[in-house]
Design a protein around this ligand. Structure first.
Ligand SMILES: Nc1ncnc2c1ncn2[C@@H]1O[C@H](COP(=O)(O)OP(=O)(O)OP(=O)(O)O)[C@@H](O)[C@H]1O
Length: 343
């Protein structure tokens, strides 16, 4: 008779295979997702996984394919090829779609004569959600006092708040927002940022498109950048910034001979090494020596090399690119609708 614990005698290895079914993965998976409109490849063979527990910023120039991608995830557009799944199923196959994915795509897509409350009640009914939840979300988004006002009389920012209320209605595991801070006042922008961060902290998947780089820098953990429908980057925000050629290491070295020794050692390893006399920089009282500006090697490595070579340093620090600079560099070849601007 086999032992009760299912292990072979004399062995700790179980004799049977256990298949684990993990519920609620909260993952968006795009596989070779493509959408063509005539000659236009709006989305072009996009492979992507958007994971829970973090805010994923979705960036790209005008016409890059962000909205089309989001529409395909929600089944509002049909892929020409490939698939867009939420936890392994198309959005529409979930029994209560609003409990799986809540989305704000077009804040203006409202019935103008319907009140805010009735708009949400209609949405709730279509998904079997209790009316009490409507009042809850109106309160969460700060529209309590205008619940009986017609949506057609709403300002852009109020419309955004109502759209966000709709996204929260089903208490969903996955949230998608297309330009959520569009039209919001600074207080509203900060509120949306905090909302997205707290939704991610609760373990939900938050996928948000925006053109506001400074806002994305404060909100997102992960960045997905697309251009002309194709994936350009999918990385943690710190990695995207560190990868920019505008991120440099500045080293101040008091001794000219030492400077030359370290520069010669770095030349083969760094993307670029520049000697910059301190005198050409803004005034640095009491500082002596010249500087090296190094690209493509982290500060830790520069410090270690200086130590190995016996080079004395007076200053070593990283000057990080802004997200905007990193983004401009990544998408330089993908901008379709732009005018030349001096940088
Ligand atoms: N219904 C449609 N019919 C024809 N072309 C479309 C349609 N929807 C989108 N496109 C085209 O697909 C491409 C991607 O558009 P999309 O709106 O997805 O880009 P986006 O990244 O969201 O842009 P934006 O940042 O300007 O909102 C564009 O060239 C656009 O003109």
């Amino acid at each position: 008779m086999p032992p009760k614990d299912g292990c072979a005698q004399g062995s700790r290895i179980p004799r049977f295979v256990v298949t684990l079914r993990i519920e609620g993965l909260r993952v968006i998976t795009l596989q070779a997702l493509s959408k063509r409109y005539g000659e236009t490849r709006a989305v072009d063979a996009l492979d992507l996984t958007v994971s829970p527990g973090r805010v994923t910023g979705f960036l790209g120039p005008n016409g890059a394919g962000k909205s089309t991608t989001m529409r395909m995830i929600l089944g509002l557009d049909t892929p020409t090829e490939g698939s867009a799944l939420v936890d392994g199923r198309p959005y529409a196959d979930w029994p209560v779609p609003l409990a799986k994915v809540g989305a704000l795509l077009d804040a203006k897509a409202l019935h103008p004569r319907r009140t805010a409350r009735n708009h949400l009640i209609a949405m709730a009914r279509s998904n079997g959600i209790a009316t009490s939840r409507v009042d809850e979300v109106l309160s969460i988004v700060g529209l309590d006092s205008v619940r009986q006002k017609r949506a057609g009389e709403f300002s852009l920012g109020m419309g955004q708040r109502l759209g966000i209320a709709g996204a929260l209605l089903g208490d969903p595991e996955v949230l998608m927002f297309d330009e959520p801070v569009n039209g919001l006042d600074p207080d509203g922008v900060r509120w949306v940022r905090q909302l997205m961060r707290s939704l991610a902290a609760e373990g939900r998947t938050v996928f948000v498109s925006s053109h506001l780089m400074s806002e994305m820098q404060l909100t997102a953990d992960q960045l997905v950048v697309i251009g002309r429908g194709r994936l350009i980057a999918d990385a943690p925000i710190a990695e995207v910034i560190a990868g920019s050629s505008r991120t440099t290491v500045r080293v101040r070295i008091p001794d000219h001979h030492h400077l030359a020794v370290l520069r010669d050692r770095l030349v083969g390893e760094a993307e670029q090494v520049q000697s910059v006399p301190l005198l050409t920089q803004p005034h640095h009282p009491g500082q002596v020596g010249d500087q090296l500006i190094v690209t493509g090697v982290p500060a830790e490595r520069v410090g270690d090399l200086a130590y190995e070579l016996g080079v004395r340093l007076h200053e070593l620090h990283t000057e990080r690119a802004s997200l905007e600079e990193a983004y401009m560099e990544l998408t330089a070849d993908s901008v379709q609708y732009g005018v030349a601007v001096a940088s």
